[in-house]
Write a new protein. Structure first.
Length: 186
């Protein structure tokens, strides 16, 4: 028995084997992270409603590029997005047809927000007008998607916003929480 344990101690202490295990673990971790990033990027593209089939006007595109991201703004956009997602999931029409809401263009989303008093209250509580929130959220989402290397040709972002998104990769995971849709009744 003692001989067997000594054998395992030698294997554990072997620097060559430890390096091989470390490299294997790094490959597995990177592989999972990349797959997760691909899922998140696809989710962003589909749920943001600004994918290739959707239209963004030239004025909206210019506003998205001009929007300057920073950490307080990004946190506020995400906090507001979480509150809107929770509220939106309580709307019977959303529960029956979430695709209708998730495939809206930016202009349609702004119009929907402006018509909904509860949504506007959430925006006001967080210091946003409907258009400002949607432009900011689009700027954050697109910058994170571009920073992650997604091939989304219709997405635009300023170099400063892409650099901000690259420097803060956790924002991409936080955006997924905003975009996750739970229509189950509790």
């Amino acid at each position: 028995m003692r001989n067997g344990s000594r054998f395992w101690e030698q294997i554990v202490d072997d620097p060559h084997l430890a390096t091989r295990r470390k490299r294997k673990l790094e490959r597995e971790t990177v592989g999972r992270y990349s797959a997760g990033m691909r899922v998140l990027i696809l989710t962003l593209i589909v749920f943001l409603g600004l994918a290739a089939g959707q239209t963004v006007t030239p004025t909206e595109r210019q506003a998205i590029v001009a929007y300057q991201l920073n950490m307080p703004r990004a946190n506020s956009l995400i906090t507001t997005g979480l509150a809107l997602t929770k509220y939106r999931a309580t709307i019977p029409d959303f529960q029956a047809n979430p695709t209708k809401y998730l495939s809206m263009t930016l202009s349609e989303s702004v119009a929907w927000l402006e018509k909904d008093p509860k949504a506007m209250a959430i925006l006001k509580q967080n210091g946003f007008a409907a258009r400002d929130y949607m432009i900011g959220f689009a700027a954050l989402s697109m910058a994170c998607t571009i920073a992650a290397g997604s091939p989304a040709p219709d997405y635009v972002a300023s170099p400063a916003n892409v650099a901000f998104a690259k420097a803060n990769p956790q924002l991409l995971r936080e955006l997924l929480a905003v975009l996750r849709v739970d229509t189950s009744k509790e």
